[in-house]
Design a protein around this ligand. Structure first.
Ligand code: PAF
Length: 284
């Protein structure tokens, strides 16, 4: 596996690969790789000629300085994991090379960023859109793979790709869960043993909501989720929404046959986790 740190080097390398007709798959990450990332990488290796993984803890998408400082950084271990799945190129740039000047760009995603993550993490999606645009320019992929755990991020990236006419196919890959249901996330590494035991309650809340969908009104499902999580040690619910799966607009009622996305964010101790579940009301 090639390891490239410099932006001018990755640009040149990718230009050569594209000109020689190679199909490029790209998995952008912030490192601390887990099985969820590895599944994205395996899919890319299978579906493309060349797979590039980027590891870059992007400072502009953190609205909380502690979250940025404490974000797990495990580059040596990540490099070994990438070799096991057949990744061809690791791109691990330095912040000063990605942001040569402070970025003053302002993206607007309209209603899509007015809810959930956009509402609770001001500036987050601006940072994501800025860095994803830069990474797409550097890597020039044909396909880019994103995990469904960050459902709203995938919708934002799709809107970015469409709005700026990037010639990139965005692939959304299903959530990968631990045996107890906890959605895999790099932030799980920050949970202590007790918090790790209560963290699957986010998935428990989604399952509870799924059971009640179609039988109870939305407001009562939301109240049941709140009550369930308030009985959990060290869990502080930030939001739970039943949303349209495409626009992510929160719904106040649902119809038979409708597809919805159940979305949740909560602190477990000091660690903020998110999760979601796509549900077809015909199947509940
Ligand atoms: O999902 C992530 O890890 C990040 O938001 C991404 C897409 C790599 C951009 O920094």
């Amino acid at each position: 596996m090639e390891v490239i740190e410099r932006v001018d080097t990755i640009r040149e390398r990718m230009q050569t690969l594209r000109c020689s007709g190679k199909r490029i798959g790209f998995v952008p990450t912030m490192g601390a790789l887990h099985e969820g990332h590895l599944q994205l990488l395996r899919a890319s290796v299978q579906e493309n000629d060349i797979t590039v993984c980027s590891i870059f803890v992007n400072p502009t998408q953190f609205n909380n300085p502690d979250d940025y400082k404490l974000y797990p950084r495990t580059i040596a271990q990540d490099t070994e994991l990438l070799k096991t799945v057949g990744c061809d190129i690791l791109f691990a740039p330095k912040a000063e090379d990605v942001y040569v000047q402070q970025s003053l760009l302002q993206f607007s995603f309209g209603p899509l960023e007015a809810v959930m993550e956009g509402e609770h993490r001001p500036g987050h999606f601006n940072g994501v859109a800025t860095v994803v645009s830069k990474l797409f320019h550097f890597v020039q992929p044909h396909r880019a793979y994103f995990g469904q755990k960050d459902l709203q991020q995938v919708a934002i990236v799709k809107q970015l790709v469409q709005g700026l006419s990037f010639d990139v196919e965005v692939v959304r890959y299903p959530i990968v869960r631990e045996e107890d249901g906890l959605a895999m996330s790099s932030r799980n590494k920050r949970l202590d043993a007790k918090q790790r035991q209560t963290a699957p309650s986010l998935y428990g809340a989604l399952q509870l909501a799924k059971q009640q969908l179609g039988n109870k009104p939305v407001y009562s499902i939301k109240a049941a989720v709140e009550a369930y999580l308030s009985s959990m040690d060290e869990v502080q619910l930030e939001y739970f929404e039943i949303t349209d799966p495409d626009t992510l607009r929160p719904l106040t009622n649902v119809q038979p046959g409708q597809e919805v996305a159940l979305c949740i964010a909560a602190f477990v101790g000091p660690v903020r986790l998110i999760d979601n579940m796509l549900v077809n009301l015909n199947e509940v």
